[in-house]
Every structure is written in C-alpha cells, then in structure tokens.
Design a protein around this ligand. Structure first.
Ligand SMILES: Nc1ncnc2c1ncn2[C@@H]1O[C@H](COP(=O)(O)OP(=O)(O)OP(=O)(O)O)[C@@H](O)[C@H]1O
Length: 304
C-alpha cells in the first residue's frame, strides 16, 4: 500500500532543542491516526513538517510521494489553522470561500456549513464567533478541498463536552467519506473517541505505535503509594515501571513512595509475599501525564 505521508529518520532541531529525534513513520490511507503526547513531545513540529511550514534538520519528509514544500502536493492536504489566524473582519462564508478558492475541487460553501453546523453563522464576522464556533470553522476549513489527508492539531482544546462530541461526529463523517485523518491531542478521551491507530510521542521520539487497544493497555498504568522502611526492595519487585519518593508523612515513621505498575494487584501480591513491612497503602489510576512518563522510561530502558 502506498503511504500518503512518510517521515524517514527525521530530526528537527531548534538551536539546542531537539524537537524531533530520528522519527520514522508512515501514514497509510484509511484509519484515523491519533498522535498523543505531553507538552513539548514534538507533535506540532511533526505536523509542521508535513504541511511544509518547516523543513527537517536531517532525514526526509514526503506527502503523496513528493515534497510538502511543493504546493501541488499540498492540494490533497487539509489542516487546521491556528484560531488566531482567522481574519476577524471577514465573515464565516467569506473565509470558507477564500480558503476554498485555493483548491481545484472544493466543497460548496453551504454543503460545508451544513456538515459542520455553521449554516446560521455564515454572515457572522469571525471576530464575533465564540471559541467553540471558531474551532468548528477551523476544522471545517481543513476539509474544504476534499483532502485525502487531513491534519488536525488539537481540534477541540478548550471546548466543552457537547461541542467536542459534535466536532468528533463531523470528523468521523468526513473520515467515512474518504479522508484519512491525523489528530493530535493531550486528551486520551479524544484519541479513544476518534483513533484506530495511536502513535505516542515523548521527548521528540515515537515511543509507541500500535492499535488503539494495545496502546490503551500500555498507558493503563496504576499508582501504588505506601510507606515502608524498605523502599528500594519494593522498587526492585517485578512489575514496577517507575517509582518516586514522596514527602507525605504517613502514619508510620518510614519514608513514603509512589510506585507505577500496569498490574497493581500483582504488585501488591508480590509485596505481601516478599514479607516487606509497609503501611498507608493506597492505589489509584495514574493520570495520562504520569502514564506517558512511565512509557518514556520504558522506552529509555529498551534503548539502553
Ligand atoms: N520555533 C521554535 N523555536 C524553539 N523551540 C521550539 C520551536 N518550536 C518548537 N520548539 C520546541 O520543540 C519542542 C517540541 O515542541 P512541539 O510544539 O512540537 O511539541 P508538542 O508536542 O506539539 O507540544 P504541545 O502539546 O505543547 O503543543 C519543545 O521543546 C518546544 O519548546
């Protein structure tokens, strides 16, 4: 199958910062691809290379087997502008026509407006739109040229739950109609709702690239907190992905720590079996940020 887009050993540096570090990735027609990662992971930089806004420091980037810097190759590409890029005095309908005019086979204004719930706003100046309406327009604009590949950078940040769902439905309909979609997000919920394949990025590298279910299992990490005089022995138990000392003074005089493990039940069974003394045990789900950290540490282990 021919890839719609390809990164081959791509690095991108900004001065002393390495935003992308030897990334190789292929995007094939079909599945919605979720690009997930904490702040600064390199997601936006990766998208800016695909849209041709930036060039790699090393390695090669192609879309539709050509350079993203060539506007002819970008005919098949759609992406969301930053919301601040909408000219505030232009009306919604005018912006749709302005962007649409750059494409050979554009979606008519009313059809696009209906698809994204913008029909009643066509005559409104974009400066007078709410944050949610601006996001909806930005995402709609990505689809105006009937693109084969669409890049959505955090499409629903700042939207409430209803607005988010409405936008996801519209994106799914566009995907069903034939567009391949790449969506970046901080929200696991968003990726779960949309994506079939998930690429997790951390520190400029791809640290997981798999089907949604497999990645969810890997980020489904739990936190086990306790106090014990033997923190180091607990850290060495099987299943501990990472641990950190904590300051909370427990009821005992022993130091406290938090351990991250995929299977907290198994870890606690090991703990009891090992006869290590402990107190103040609590278990809770880790946040996505914490799960990313554990995944990043896994990746470092693998590279050692
Ligand atoms: N123009 C730039 N000049 C200097 N550093 C930059 C520039 N653009 C990005 N960076 C740095 O590159 C790294 C990756 O940034 P990038 O915006 O790609 O991450 P991200 O995963 O999209 O983050 P976020 O989720 O916060 O948008 C960060 O350390 C960032 O500070």
């Amino acid at each position: 199958m021919t890839a719609l887009a390809r990164l081959d050993h791509v690095s991108r540096r900004f001065g002393s910062v390495t935003a992308l570090d030897d990334v190789s990735l292929e995007i094939h027609p079909g599945a919605i691809l979720g690009l997930l990662g904490p702040n600064g992971a390199g997601k936006s930089t990766l998208l800016s290379l695909l849209t041709g806004q930036r060039t790699p420091s090393s390695g090669t980037v192609s879309i539709f087997d050509g350079s993203p810097r060539d506007y002819r190759n970008r005919q098949g590409l759609g992406s969301t502008p930053q919301e601040t890029a909408l000219p505030p005095t232009l009306r919604v309908g005018e912006v749709i026509d302005f962007v649409g005019a750059h494409f050979e086979n554009r979606v008519p204004r009313d059809e696009l407006a209906d698809e994204f719930g913008l029909r009643d706003l066509l005559r409104r100046q974009t400066g007078a739109l709410s944050g949610g309406q601006k996001r909806r327009l930005s995402v709609a604009l990505a689809f105006v040229g009937r693109p084969r590949l669409v890049l959505l950078d955090e499409p629903t940040t700042g939207l409430d739950v209803d607005a988010r769902r409405t936008l996801w439905d519209a994106v799914r309909r566009q995907h069903d109609a034939g567009s391949t979609v790449v969506v970046t997000s901080h929200y696991l919920e968003e990726i779960e709702a949309l994506a079939e394949r998930v690429v997790v990025m951390g520190g400029g590298r791809v640290i997981a690239d798999d089907a949604l279910g497999a990645v969810l299992q890997r980020v489904g990490i739990r936190q086990v907190s306790l106090s014990s005089p033997d923190i180091d022995r607990i850290a060495a138990l099987p299943g501990v992905a990472r641990f950190e000392a904590t300051d909370d003074a427990g009821s005992s005089d022993s130091p406290s720590a938090t351990f991250y493990a995929q299977d907290s039940d198994a870890l606690i069974r090991e703990l009891v079996r090992s006869d290590i003394r402990f107190a103040d045990l609590t278990v809770r789900g880790a946040s996505l940020e914490e799960a990313f950290l554990a995944l990043t540490d896994d990746a470092k282990e693998l590279r050692r």
